[in-house]
Design a protein. Sequence first.
Length: 379
Amino acid sequence: MATVRDFVRKELVPHEDLVERLDEVPKELAAQIRGRAIAAGLYAPNFPAELGGGGLDGPSLTLVERELGWTSYALQWLIARPSNILRACAGDQVQAYLLPVIRGERVDCLAMTEPNAGSDVRSMTTRATRDGGDWVLNGAKHFISYADVADFVIVFAVTDTEQTAAEPTTGGKRSAISAFLVDHGTPGFTVSRGPSSVSHRGYHHCELSFAGCRVPGSALLGEQGRGFDLLSEWLGASRLTVAATSVGRARRVLDLAADWAARRQQFGQPVGRFQGTGFKLADMATELEAAELLTLRAAWKLSHGAMTDSDAAMAKLFASEMLGRLTDQAVQIFGGTGLMSEFPVERFWRDARVERIWDGTSEIQRHIISRAMLRERGA
Ligand SMILES: Cc1cc2nc3c(=O)[nH]c(=O)nc-3n(C[C@H](O)[C@H](O)[C@H](O)COP(=O)(O)OP(=O)(O)OC[C@H]3O[C@@H](n4cnc5c(N)ncnc54)[C@H](O)[C@@H]3O)c2cc1C
């Protein structure tokens, strides 16, 4: 843990202001950081050691994610945690995609969201059609993070229709979704930068278009029609990442706020001595500890094959909402200074907002948690 902590503070934090100003990580700097992260053995900590990854268990990975959360997303993401979905790679895909992402030679991104299919992922309309031995993709994705940097995209598309036991709105039918590996530069596949967002400058989201994009049969990742299962499996681990990095960010902001409350004098005393401010600090610290324990508990269950969708949803929901409340209170403790871009608090406050939206909104996490409770009761 000390290695990753040192790396973040020495190699990443000093570049935060530059990335914020430019809204990107300069290419040479990105290559340098990635190279140092690989040399330090920090790359792909979420993949098994036999494949060349860090081989960390759930709780250790959570602590690493927490340390990475200390700094800007655009910088910490240079220590990649490739998508777990790539574990489904088989045959030639292992040499072409899986091992290169773990070694840091290639970078992946993941595309499920579409302009008309956000929370309701299954309503996507991007379609992949069989043509001889190939697949032909048509459709569009948006809000796809890192697609401007990635060498390939894991893209989800409808390939079939399947019968379900109970789907009242669709008369028992629903789309069967498959996953594909599509290289940057494949004819018919284009990537463009999306509108800028208030959160995470330098870590861009993109719009993808597939217009008659032909890929070989070997581009299918996992089994045909089972892409949604892969996605659901990935989302659990990904939600723990959101929870753990939210905890890391909250730790940094709480440190800043507590230091400020101890130093800033008004009415002849540190502002932290006013009960209104001191109680805020106490609530922030308590909620932070609770979020970290909830996240570690889910991660421990993940390592023991016992994590449920609700465990991941509760960790993501609580940690991301805690971060929203904590950064807002931190701005309050800083007063006007908290809104000035010279201080990182303003950035953390903005960055926090997206955590309640991506990888499933807070409402979707609540839906997952309550659905499980009702199902247990036959409702
Ligand atoms: C910066 C950024 C980066 C992203 N990166 C990626 C990426 O790399 N890859 C990718 O595939 N996607 C990515 N996303 C997409 C992200 O996962 C979606 O934005 C998210 O799932 C919500 O979808 P939506 O924005 O379309 O909102 P909508 O689904 O339209 O939701 C709108 C509102 O309705 C509510 N709502 C919807 N359904 C329900 C329900 N059943 N019950 C209660 N409330 C509901 C939502 O909670 C929300 O408040 C990214 C998004 C952002 C903002």
